[in-house]
Design a protein around this ligand. Structure first.
Ligand code: ZN
Length: 307
């Protein structure tokens, strides 16, 4: 008799576990690894995510490869930073992939910037003098609080494509938001002693990060976003750092440190290479690591350069 129950149980098992096990994994392609990481937190084991750009690459300039087109042609969902961040490489890849399911307006298209309060939105759209941030600053994922808005946009997309998994995605989203809130409190506490610290950045990609943690970015090594440092710009930055006692220049791993090092040698400061995306360094494995890493590096730098 016991054996019969056991057999019955085994026979029923697939039906009991059915809805979860039988769920087809949604194939998601993201432009950036930060969006990949957040999609994995919300989508859990019901998504398979590929990021086109790697975290150590400049997200404005990615070489389109045939393998990306293949991934896009097979994707159920596409998550993009939006604005003009990937204007140089996103449209050609999407055109070549010919996948109607992930084009703008389709259920599988997710613009992660929806509802993000943008900074530095210009009053007129112009690429004058090579500016590559014409719709407002596109580096919004660098404020962890915006991570929750991104997660909501991704959640909405996942539910559109797989409504039967809503409760599962909802629980993942709730857990992600809870963890972000707890970590923000921790990161803010660690950065609190340095509120108001003035710094210089290579590229204008940290306004969201700086606002969150109370840093003041006074100038950039690039004279315009996307235009490499010029001797006259570097001379101007040296003057500013000397007169205002600024000691720290933040750069990203894909910029050559030469110009920043030249400047800090003159003023006795420090170049700090931050992670501008998940995967920038091997220890930056997910969206939480990104801020752990950057807060660690900055706290170290502010301590070592304190007067
Ligand atoms: Zn940029």
């Amino acid at each position: 008799m016991k054996k019969l129950y056991w057999l019955l149980f085994l026979a029923l098992l697939p039906a009991l576990a059915g809805p979860a096990l039988a769920q087809k994994k949604l194939k998601v392609v993201t432009t950036l690894p930060d969006l990949k990481s957040i999609t994995e937190f919300v989508g859990g084991d019901r998504v398979e995510v590929f990021s086109i750009a790697a975290g150590y690459q400049n997200p404005h300039f990615v070489d389109p490869k045939p393998s990306y087109i293949l991934k896009l042609s097979r994707a159920d969902m596409y998550v993009t930073v939006g604005l003009d961040l990937a204007i140089g490489w996103e449209p050609p890849l999407l055109n070549s992939a010919r996948n109607d399911k992930i084009l703008k307006g389709a259920p599988g298209y997710v613009d992660a910037s929806v509802n993000v309060p943008l900074l530095q939105v210009p009053t007129s759209v112009s690429r004058e003098q090579g500016d590559i941030h014409i719709y407002g600053n596109p580096h919004y994922w660098l404020d962890p609080d915006n991570g929750k808005i991104i997660a909501q946009n991704i959640f909405d997309g996942l539910v559109r494509l797989q409504p039967e998994s809503r409760a599962y995605f909802e629980e993942n989203l709730r857990r992600f938001n809870e963890r972000i809130d707890a970590k923000i409190a921790e990161w803010e506490a660690r950065m609190r002693p340095y509120r108001g610290t003035k710094i210089i950045a290579y590229h204008n990609q940290w306004p969201y990060f700086a606002r969150r943690f109370g840093l003041e970015i006074v100038d950039f090594l690039e004279p315009k976003p996307g235009i490499p440092p010029t001797p006259s710009q570097l001379a101007k930055v040296i003057r500013i750092m000397q007169t205002q006692g600024i000691k720290v220049i933040i750069i990203s791993p894909y910029y050559k440190p030469d110009a920043a090092e030249l400047v800090t040698r003159k003023v006795g400061g420090e170049v700090v290479t931050l992670a501008s995306s998940v995967g920038a360094f091997k220890e930056v494995k997910d969206y939480f690591d990104l801020f752990d890493y950057n807060v660690d590096r900055l706290v170290e730098a502010f301590r070592s350069t304190a007067p």
